[in-house]
Design a binder for this molecule. Structure first.
Ligand code: F3S
Length: 289
């Protein structure tokens, strides 16, 4: 029996880089804070907390930290892959906190675009979820007027009275077809729009490789958090291709009984699933079947 991991599974490049940054900094023996949980995975956050990493839940928690100006062994704050508004850097600098920026370079690019467009006088439109930290971060880099919207209905209602250029960007995880549809609504209105597709291909690649593997596999295991929407989407996709698809959070959930006829077991994992857990599941299946 063969066990095969989907080509793209688990952490994306940006999240892996941010999590690795935390582990690297821990080795330096400093007090480490992360601005928000470094990844949407309780296991990883718990492990880091046990190692002494503290999570700052919001701006108020950051402001409440003691001033480190004259303290050589001051604390460091790690910014996660989603990024933060520009003002957060200012607060850290004023407090003398070391800022370790693990913002994903793809998100950083959006910050640069909206900032430059604002300076040129454009009205920035961000297509994405206004409550998502990534979007809140992007808004915080805009220099002028900005609108966040996520539905075609909101795009229809959008009205701009001035003769301004509109620059449209998207949240990195936004659905491509929906983004295109929203862009078309703006174009039909006759506005002067410049569109920058800032959707990251990581989500799509993970889904594409999960589908390809599930189409071949006799049994498919999807690992990820119960509340993780991207993991649920992977489960849906795999179930369409493979009738024997299992959704598990940890190894404890895995109750497999594999008939002798099973030749290929496929494994994939959501964006917040650490490699360690993926390897545990792989090894378990390898040893027990
Ligand atoms: Fe991940 Fe960065 Fe893309 S955080 S989803 S690689 S934008």
């Amino acid at each position: 029996m063969e066990i095969r991991l989907a080509e793209c599974a688990g952490f994306c490049f940006g999240v892996r880089r941010a999590v690795d940054t935390v582990y690297e900094q821990l080795e330096k023996g400093k007090t480490i804070y992360t601005y928000g949980p470094i990844v949407h995975n309780e296991e990883v956050v718990r492990e880091l907390t046990e190692k002494g990493v503290k999570v700052l839940e919001n701006k108020e928690a950051l402001k409440a930290l003691p001033n480190c100006k004259d303290d050589e062994d001051g604390a460091a704050v790690i910014i996660r892959a989603h990024g933060v508004p520009e003002e957060i850097y200012g607060i850290m600098a004023n407090k003398g906190l070391e800022c370790i920026d693990a913002t994903c370079p793809f998100v950083k690019r959006i910050h640069r675009i909206v900032r430059e467009e604002g300076e040129k006088g454009s009205h920035v439109v961000i297509v994405g979820n206004p409550g998502h930290p990534e979007v809140e971060g992007i808004v915080g880099w805009c220099q002028g007027p900005v609108t966040v919207l996520e539905t075609p209905e909101e795009a229809e209602k959008f009205l701009l009275h001035e003769d301004k250029r509109i620059c449209i960007v998207s949240q990195t995880t936004f659905n491509y077809n929906k983004f295109q549809y929203i862009v078309e609504i703006f174009e039909k209105k006759g506005y002067n729009v410049s569109v920058v597709n800032t959707i990251c291909s990581a989500t799509e690649e993970r889904q594409r490789s999960a589908r390809a593997l599930a189409a071949e596999a006799d049994v498919m295991i999807v690992i990820g958090g119960r509340h993780s929407s991207n993991t649920r989407k992977l489960y849906e996709i795999c179930s369409e291709e493979c009738a024997n698809t299992y959704f598990i959070q940890t190894l404890d959930d895995l109750r497999l009984e594999l008939p002798k006829t099973v030749r290929l077991v496929g494994i994939t994992a959501g964006a917040s699933t650490p490699n360690k857990l993926i390897e545990e599941v792989q090894n378990y299946v390898r040893i027990n079947f």
